[in-house]
Ligand binder design. Sequence first.
Ligand code: 2IT
Length: 446
Amino acid sequence: MNVNNLMAELERKHPGENEYLQAVREVLESIEEVYNQHPEFEKAKIVERIVEPDRIFTFRVTWVDDKGEVQTNLGYRVQFNSAIGPYKGGLRFHKAVNPSMLKFLGFEQTFKNALTTLPMGGAKGGSDFDPTGKSDAEIMRFCQAFMLELWRNIGVDTDVPAGDVGVGGREIGFLNGMYQKLARQYHTGVLTGKGETWGGSILRPEATGFGALYFVEHMLKLAGKSIKDKTVVVSGFGNVAWGASKKAMELGAKVIGISGPDGVVFIPNGMTAEMNDYMLELRASNRNIVAPFAEKFPGTTFTPGKKAWSIKCDIALPCAFQNELNGDDAAELLKNGTWCCAEVSNMGCTPEAIHAFQKAGILFAPGKAVNAGGVATSGLEMTQNCMHLSWSGKEVDEKLHFIMESIHNACVKFGKQADGHIDYVKGANIAGFMKVAQAMLEQGVF
Ligand code: 2IT
């Protein structure tokens, strides 16, 4: 395999799709050496096949806003790879959603899902619908219009969507209601992230953030460190940032910063439980600004236009969006003494930032390993739905612990370098790839 030739070919097929190309390049560079030790992969052209989505659905979503005006958005579902199970992955509602973004996310999802130990293929979908400033009624009408198209392409054993940026419990509710109405199927398992009373996992809202912190705990333990009394900064204030802060606080860390598209809030004395709860309220307001947090809690300060990475901290946790931490941000964090960065968002760091962290020798782990607890808990939700039962929060949390430990072990197994250093990027990519590649190889060429 030759990474540059493969990338040139991919660029020809997907011109200008930079996020997708960036995600593929990172994986190819990680697996090149191992791949070349497997002539059977080369013979079956596994890598040429694995970088292309199985299929993509694109559809028009038309709905009526509160003023009575007709609005048209684009909707998508990228079914990326089903070698190890039915398609599984979130829906993103964000104004910047386009095919490149969803291909990158579907590609990442394929390897992430493989890491979870559960049988789930990879997918991603969503729309360029911007939830900012929309009323609940508008969100409901949009979700219903979106499902009017999507429902024929999903199903409990074919493709199971969930939430992502801009899609939480409220949206999953509207989507699920419409799915059941259209399909006349009342199985609870066609979407995950459902409410507790209608088939949801009691721990799914917390799972991405909790799982991330369990992973960080393992990473720190292996390095002889602990999170207790350390300062943590998270970016964003959505569901993922909320769960990550909550667990970081429970583990004794001090969460001193959160951010939004409008700027950063510095919390000198550390986040309290009340502040943590308020993050949910802020998100549900659909305003997409973090400034009201500082107005509500005296002693915290809002700085417009600044990123979370301007705050001096031990541990940096990107929890919002891809490429939200760039080379300059990494340099600033390193200058301020940050010694651990774990991506909780998908591809939260740019390649320049990752290289800077790796060069500095600090602890770094990529999103597909760190945030896999979210989709893993979705997988557990699917299992509960198929078994027509519900597990307690304690039972789900135990399983999540086990899964995050397994993911960490896989990263260590495949990422351990000759000098003993763990390259978590390589480890996660190789572990995920080997599983999917083996499954593809054994099932033939089609
Ligand atoms: O990026 C992700 O893993 C998610 N948005 C969750 C996907 C899922 O199916 O729970």
